[in-house]
Design a protein around this ligand. Structure first.
Ligand code: SER
Length: 886
């Protein structure tokens, strides 16, 4: 039997041989289309190539594309498992031409592949064409030799394909397989076409137009080809099965499920196995592509799918989580074609196990409540909306899970009643919000959130994405559009821009639409709405249109590095200073990081050096930075650092990095584990370098470290180096000798200062040789009095001179007045034999006062004072003499 893996390889190989580039499947979360929840066909990643906006270095491509279809009003989820061909996850095989070949080659390629490579009998095949497409009909006739009655013209949109309300589109031709008249059903276009006899296997779209929002269409510059063939369908056909779930790949998953639940794959639990097999694929691939279960947006679709599968596992009688145990079987089947599956295997298993364990806690009680409600209802009556809402709100039953559970009993839910209950709850939440003291403009964001939903953040995985503009706020009020020169706040349905939170600053970058450009300077968030602070710089931007968003990459990279370094720093501090260290605040900006932590005393320089060295050692280790979603309790159980006093939701994001022999975490070797919603580097090596700028007090019991990483750290060190080189050049020394040279210079300076003081004293005392040059003492009131006016001797040198003068007079009083450094200093002295009747303090005070100063003090034998100037020195001396006279 040809396996699905072989069929995929044959398809890609056929087109590769025919000069097509084999292109990898794009992620399930479309990067380039804001209107799509999940990638739902092969052409999604080529959308902009078809319209000519984007160019690739090839004009022919072939892919096996992962697809998920499980959203929207008429979603398929309810049918999946019960029918032969409904899936939430499927693979679409396709070949694409971008302005290269058109119908004349696309039809022959398709025909050759299915009739020659796959060996499907020509007699079993028929095709449809758009009713006006004579050209396609003619090619089918001449190349494939199909008779007219097997080329059916269809006038409806069934044969005109468009990817959505806007975008590339064109007429298409579809290939059908006839299973034979023993199966009920009519050919396409007939009243009973929905039967199972004629099955569509391949759709070839002739991309010719681009559809716009206003309903108009333009002819594309180049005619292109987009084809899509569901692998599961063609696989069933080639394996001689009528049911996609009977193909080898799906069967392997069903059997793994039967084995894990010790039940018969084809017994009464048959439907449950099918549901689980399908949902295992969509959930695993979604998780591998970065979607995590949540209560909003894509994450909620994932959760709905997971919970639906879990209820079916419960119905199989499973007492413990089952889904995660099936992941190895899936990786075995599909891991080679999609390596991302193997890479994400631990994350997929952990996420499934967590979701399953948690949901189990309420599943039983919810199902019991459902039974009780039904017991009170008349036969076949719908379940009241309020009951369905209670199941949703209290027990985590998504509406479609309740519907699925009721389906088996032939009942439905009063959906209008459910919606009303939901609306009422939102109104209550709003009222609570209004009463929470938030600012008035919070109400505006709450209104927007309620009307348009919250913003989905895509920025963990990408820095560019498209979003739909939901609201523009100018001067506090919503406006339909804004023009160049306006400063506005913009809300989109999804964004790669990080909104300021947890110490990490908001992103900046550029927003572009078909009609204008805005510079985004900051991003904030309120009520789950991401607010892009923007200046419109060109043209105009309007709500309801798509916009390309581009985060400033260099800035974001620097922020990532700083944020990851903060985690490493936190752990290094705990190791160096003790377990009491806890985060008290942080800033992760592009140019620096700041980390506040509890610690009661200043760090020593040695501690700081040790911490810095440790952080750098973990940077060089270059270990992977990993992210998981867990319950707060599980996170704490593996040693995650949480912010003290912070409230966390049901699920937390856990970021871990670094490996250490005595680490923590599930493997006991993880160094840093923190609850964190921020963006981080992929590997610690991306931080590059870590340099602390210093440690200081932030508030009582809280210390602060400021630091740099990456280029900024390097620039800082290079700057320090340049300064050292400059110092060395001035010293005319090698940089390594600079400290010794500076020390020697300081010693020399000290010695010179002492010498200068000595010389000054000698000069003041008359050249140092007896009395020559010095003033002559006189006798006042029987006391020898020597007064002298000096120039340039600072006050601190005067006491030494006073002592010397006292020695010179032997017995008497001395006075020195000196002008230095722009002020006057006064010092007076009295020899000890006279201190009984005279005081140096009186002499000094009298002199200071005469100079226009105030005060003066000291001891009877030595006193000092100061004044602004020594201009009246003569008067000061006279005043001192007067003081001596008493
Ligand atoms: N885009 C078309 C489809 O989804 C062909 O790939 O059917």
């Amino acid at each position: 039997m040809t396996s699905l893996n072989d069929i995929r390889a044959t398809f890609l190989g056929f087109f590769e041989t025919n000069d097509h580039r084999v292109v990898d499947s794009s992620p399930l979360v479309p990067r380039n289309d804001p209107t799509l929840m999940f990638t739902n066909s092969g052409m999604v990643q080529f959308k902009n190539v078809f319209t000519g906006v984007e160019h690739r270095d090839y004009v022919r491509a072939t892919t096996a594309q992962k697809c998920v279809r499980a959203g929207g009003k008429h979603n398929d989820l309810d049918n999946v498992g019960y029918t032969a061909r409904h899936h939430t996850f499927f693979e679409m095989l396709g070949n694409f031409s971008f302005g290269d070949y058109f119908k004349e080659a696309a039809i022959p390629f398709a025909w050759d592949l299915i009739t020659k490579e796959f060996g499907i009998s020509k007699d079993r095949l028929l095709v449809t064409v758009y009713h006006t497409d004579d050209e396609a009909a003619q090619i089918w006739k001449t190349y494939a030799g199909l008779p007219d009655e097997r080329i059916i013209r269809i006038p409806t949109s069934d044969n005109f394909w468009q990817m959505g309300p806007t975008g590339p589109c064109g007429p298409c031709t579809e290939i059908f397989y006839d299973h034979g008249d023993h199966i009920p059903g009519g050919p396409p276009g007939s009243p009973d076409e929905d039967g199972d006899r004629f099955i569509e296997i391949w759709n070839l779209v002739f991309m010719q137009y681009e559809q716009f929002e206003d309903g108009t269409r333009r002819e594309l510059g180049a005619q292109s080809i987009d084809t899509g063939m569901g692998l599961e369908r063609i696989g069933a056909l080639l394996q001689g099965k009528h049911d996609n779930y009977d193909t080898d790949l799906m069967r392997a998953l069903i059997e793994a499920c039967a084995h894990a639940t010790s039940s018969d794959p084809d017994g009464p639990g048959r439907i449950h196995h099918r549901v689980i097999a399908d949902h295992l694929r969509s959930t695993s691939f979604l998780i591998a592509d970065g979607v995590m279960p949540s209560n909003e947006g894509r994450g909620y679709v994932l959760r709905r799918i997971m919970r639906r599968a879990m209820r079916h596992a419960h119905l199989l009688g499973a007492k413990d989580p089952v889904m995660y145990r099936l992941v190895p079987a899936l990786v075995m089947q599909m891991g080679q074609a999609y390596p991302e599956l193997g890479r994400a295997q631990p994350l997929i298993e952990e996420t499934l196990k967590l979701e399953e364990s948690r949901f189990r806690e309420t599943l039983d009680r919810g199902l019991r409540l459902l039974d009780e409600e039904l017991a009170h209802l008349p036969d076949r009556a719908d379940l009241p909306g309020a009951a369905a809402f209670k199941l949703y709100d209290t027990y985590g039953f998504p509406l479609d899970l309740t519907q699925d559970a009721l389906r088996e009993r032939g009942r439905a839910v009063d959906v209008a009643g459910f919606d009303a209950a939901m609306a009422e709850q939102k109104a209550k939440a709003r009222a609570a919000w209004a009463g929470s003291g938030e600012t008035a403009d919070a109400a505006l964001w709450f209104d927007i959130a309620e009307r348009d939903g919250t913003t989905e953040f895509l920025g963990y995985d990408t820095e560019t994405a498209e979003g739909q503009i939901r609201a523009i706020v100018l001067g506090g009020a919503e406006v339909p559009e804004a023009s160049a020169g306006d400063s506005v706040l913009i809300v989109l349905n999804q964004t790669p821009f990080y909104a300021e939170a947890g110490g990490q600053v908001g992103d900046s970058g550029v927003l572009r639409t078909d009609t204008g450009v805005a510079r985004i300077t900051d991003t904030r968030k309120t009520a789950g709405v991401f607010i892009h602070v923007a200046d419109v710089t060109e043209g105009r931007i309007a709500t309801g249109t798509g916009a390309e968003l581009r985060v400033n990459h260099d800035r974001r990279s620097a922020i990532r590095a700083n944020h990851s370094a903060t985690h490493l720093l936190h752990e290094a501090l705990r190791e160096a200073l003790g377990e009491h260290v806890a985060q008290r605040g942080s800033l992760n900006a592009p140019d620096r990081l700041r980390f506040d932590f509890s610690h009661s005393k200043a760090m020593t320089p040695e501690e700081l050096v040790r911490v810095e060295a440790e952080v750098n050692a973990f940077i060089r280790q270059n270990s992977k930075v990993e992210t998981r979603i867990m319950t707060p309790d599980d996170a704490r159980a593996i040693g995650a650092q949480a912010l003290f006093g912070e409230k966390y939701g049901d699920e937390v994001r856990v970021v871990s990095m670094g490996e250490a022999p005595t680490g923590k975490g599930l493997n006991g070797r993880t160094w840093s584990i923190e609850l964190c919603g921020g963006t981080h580097v992929r590997q610690t090596g991306d931080i590059g370098l870590f340099v602390t700028l210093g440690e200081s007090a932030s508030s009582a019991g809280v210390r602060r470290i400021e630091a740099l990483t990456g280029q900024a750290a390097f620039d800082h060190l290079a700057g320090q180096d340049r300064k050292l080189a400059e110092v060395a050049a001035v010293l005319k020394a090698r940089p390594e000798d600079a400290p010794d040279r500076v020390r020697a210079l300081l010693d020399e300076r000290k010695a010179l200062q002492a010498e200068v003081a000595d010389l000054r004293r000698k000069i003041a005392l008359g050249g140092g040789s007896g009395a020559e040059g010095g003033e002559v003492p006189r006798t006042v009131n029987g006391v020898t009095f020597l007064a002298q006016v000096l120039d340039g001797v600072p006050g601190r040198d005067l006491p030494g001179l006073i002592d010397a003068l006292k020695a010179r007079v032997g017995s008497g009083a001395v006075l020195l007045i000196s002008e230095a450094d722009g002020k006057a200093a006064v010092a007076a002295g009295v020899t000890t034999d006279l201190t009984g009747r005279l005081s140096a303090v009186d002499i000094a005070r009298a002199a200071v006062e005469a100079l226009g100063g105030k005060g003066g003090g000291g001891r009877p034998d030595m006193a000092q004072g100061g004044a602004k100037s020594a201009e009246n020195a003569a008067a000061a001396i006279a005043a001192a003499e007067a003081a001596l006279k008493g």
